[in-house]
Design a protein around this ligand. Sequence first.
Ligand SMILES: [Zn+2]
Length: 111
Amino acid sequence: MQQPSLHHTSREPEVCHVCGRRAGGIATGPKGDRWLCVECYPLLEYVRDVRRWDGYELAAIADVDTATGEFAAVHGTDIAAMDTETRQALWRCAIRAHQDGIRRALKEAPF
Ligand SMILES: [Zn+2]
């Protein structure tokens, strides 16, 4: 069975188990499939305890929804029709909105 954190063809690490950025060459976890990015290497000994998104991260999805909705109001909803620059701006918008949403959720906790 294919490990979900590995690229489906190269079998190389692709996504950091902690933050979702591009992973490097260190993996941990019971199956050795929890890859880490360079920034998260210091968390190596704690990663086996990292589970799915927590309540703060899930609450931040509302911020992503708002920000990407505003983006779509300006640039449209047809992602396939967007040029590369616009599509990449959408992804940055979503990622930043999620990060900002986590910060907001932490300030508003408990919710
Ligand atoms: Zn990371």
